[in-house]
Ligand binder design. Structure first.
Ligand SMILES: CSC[C@@H](O)[C@@H](O)C(=O)COP(=O)(O)O
Length: 350
């Protein structure tokens, strides 16, 4: 199974499949400190909300090991976790995973016990995410009638998670059940998660798909070629506002204009119940270079400023359904979550 992360306990190394190099090259980075894990998240060698959370958890194991022998090992550990938490701001999965690791320092008797507890917890987080994704895939496939043509955005597959994927997990599950007549992947400007990563994952699995530039989505919908949009999320608020890859909001507006269901898939770790409104979600702004590279320039053109937010907010009013491992919910136009279908085999949490 394709995995973005590979923990090597004996060596004390988190191996990270460098997604900046895909699909041209499969190169692994060896991260042997919390700082190097933080950098791998920041530079997007590992990306995708659940994978960022899992990487953060392994980074915490390295932090616990590094704190061993320090008189104030608890403070060293907490400070390393704080740094890790700053690597990328939008996906709540990072803070969520670090929160689980942070709590272990309260009960650990010494730094050795902390490191051992962290390793068990990080493995659990990774395992739970895979189980959640498989459940999301099964549940979400139920929303797609036979013959559906689905459009997805960014990369939400095995590369972005503990395995299988969220939105792409639904597509995988629906494909294996013979439900899909078409899979469309957007290129996903400016970082090309769609053409570099999603197309690659689909191609590896023999799932027939069509790649399009982001701006071709509206006309494809207008031509009646799309039956559902299925995307992932970096953070979902209590009312169902969704932060996801830039361009998701545009797709949601287009989907509404064409009366196409807009389905969001994410594990429970992506739900931020502390927040009500999407406008409170911090949106990461990325380097201007990411846009100018495509124009063949290595620095911004004189006199031109750039706007390069990595994510946008789709208001709950445009979201038809949210699929988590717990079930399928409707944000009911932002009036509150209604559970449409409860997961019948539990959350997958161990
Ligand atoms: C299962 S991944 C869900 C989201 O994290 C995904 O849709 C997305 O927006 C990823 O953005 P990225 O900037 O590539 O980390």
């Amino acid at each position: 199974m394709l995995k973005p992360l590979d923990w090597q306990s004996a060596q004390g190394v988190l191996r990270v499949l460098d997604q900046r190099q895909l699909p041209a090259r499969s190169e692994w980075l060896d991260c042997d400190s919390p700082e190097s894990v933080s950098e791998a998240i920041h530079c997007m060698a590992v990306r995708g909300a659940p994978a960022i959370g899992i990487a953060g958890a392994w980074g915490a194991v390295l932090a616990a090991r590094a704190a061993a022998g320090e008189t104030d090992w608890r403070a060293c550990f907490q400070s390393a976790l704080q740094n890790l938490g700053r690597a990328r701001p939008t996906a709540v999965n990072l803070a969520w995973a670090l929160g689980r690791m942070r709590g272990l320092a309260d009960t650990a008797s010494d730094s050795q016990a902390l490191a051992e507890a962290c390793e068990v917890e990080a493995a659990r987080i990774e395992r739970e995410d895979l189980a959640a994704n498989q459940r999301i895939g099964e549940l979400g496939a139920r929303l797609l009638p036979k013959g559906s043509r689905v459009l997805t955005h960014c990369n939400t597959g095995a590369l972005a998670t503990g395995g299988h994927g969220t939105a792409l997990g639904i597509i995988r599950s629906a494909w294996s059940q013979g439900l899909l007549a078409g899979v469309y992947a957007t290129e996903t400007r400016p970082w090309l998660q769609g053409s570099r990563l999603t197309a690659w994952e689909l191609s590896q699995e023999g799932i027939a798909a069509t790649l399009l530039v982001d701006s071709a989505a509206a006309s494809l919908m207008g031509a009646g070629e799309i039956d559902a949009v299925v995307i992932g999320a970096d953070r979902i608020t209590r009312r169902g506002d969704v932060a996801n890859k830039i361009g998701s909001y545009m797709l949601a507006v287009c989907a509404r204009a064409h009366e196409i269901p807009f389905i969001v898939a994410a594990p429970g770790s992506t739900v931020d119940s502390a927040l009500l409104k999407g406008s409170d979600i911090p949106i990461e702004n990325r380097s201007a270079d990411e846009i100018w590279w495509a124009a063949g320039l290595d620095k911004p053109m004189a006199g031109i400023t750039t706007h390069n937010p990595a994510f946008d907010i789709t208001p709950a009013e445009l979201v038809t359904a949210i699929v988590t491992e717990e079930g399928i919910a409707s944000p009911m136009n932002g009036q509150g979550m209604a559970l449409l279908e409860r997961s019948d085999s539990g959350s997958g949490h161990s």
